[in-house]
Design a binder for this molecule. Structure first.
Ligand code: TMP
Ligand code: MG
Length: 211
């Protein structure tokens, strides 16, 4: 019989524009779940610690140029290089809380005018999240937050285009929108409610994205 302990971990992904509060909420959620006795790990994409991640970091810091296609594929490869580790953790019962995923990959590239269908292909077959928490902010809140504008994509007009693509990618079967306007604690409570429900549900075997 399937015991509670044999249940796999859940893949929870946070998405949204720059400075929407994803990193803060990922950290708070991970702490809370750990305190509640769950096995949980926090990851983020891009993972700037790998060789590919260093190339991505140089691109974002405007230290290096890449063609739109190349940087898109590097972002995707930066996810693929974590798939084995992620699947091991999930199957071993560890929940994963991830700051950005393939949806950012598509949204930021398509916002440049690249073909959306082309942009999706390299990420087809990644592990599918059990829940995507899409963080939104009203009006100009993001651009008013500390450090906005430091990296390549942190421009108000560009972020508005990114948001449009996220809205196109929104899949109500596993996405949930969380408005990030409130206090950090208020937003955390909204997030925690959603995630508690996902964690207590049996989501079956791991699925592949867009297959
Ligand atoms: P970060 O601010 O979450 O570290 O992400 C760095 C930037 O990279 C951010 O502007 C979003 C962008 N990005 C992409 O363009 N493609 C991707 O696949 C990912 C994960 C992020
Ligand atoms: Mg950023």
């Amino acid at each position: 019989a399937i015991t509670m302990a044999a249940r796999r971990g859940k893949l929870i992904v946070f998405e949204g524009c720059d400075r929407s509060g994803k990193s803060t909420q990922c950290a708070m959620l991970t702490d809370r779940l750990r305190k509640d006795g769950h096995k949980v790990e926090q990851l983020k994409f891009p993972d700037r610690t790998t060789s590919i991640g260093i190339m991505i970091n140089n691109y974002l810091a405007n230290k290096e140029d890449q063609s739109d296609e190349v940087i898109h594929l590097l972002f995707s490869a930066n996810r693929w290089e974590q798939m084995q580790k992620m699947s091991k953790l999930l199957l071993g019962g560890t929940h994963l809380v991830i700051d950005r995923y393939a949806y950012s990959g598509i949204a930021y590239s398509a916002a440049k005018g690249m073909d959306l269908h082309w942009c999706r292909q390299p990420d087809v077959g990644l592990i599918k999240p059990d829940r995507v928490i899409y963080m939104t902010l009203t009006g100009d809140k993001a651009s008013e937050r500390a450090d906005f504008g430091g990296e390549r994509y942190e421009k108000k007009e560009f972020q508005a285009k990114v948001e449009k693509v996220f809205e196109q990618l929104h899949d109500p079967t596993y996405w949930q929108v969380v408005n990030g306007d409130g206090s950090i604690n208020e937003v955390h409570e909204d997030v925690f409610k959603i995630v508690s429900e996902v964690i207590s549900t049996d989501c079956g075997p791991l699925n592949k994205l867009w297959t």
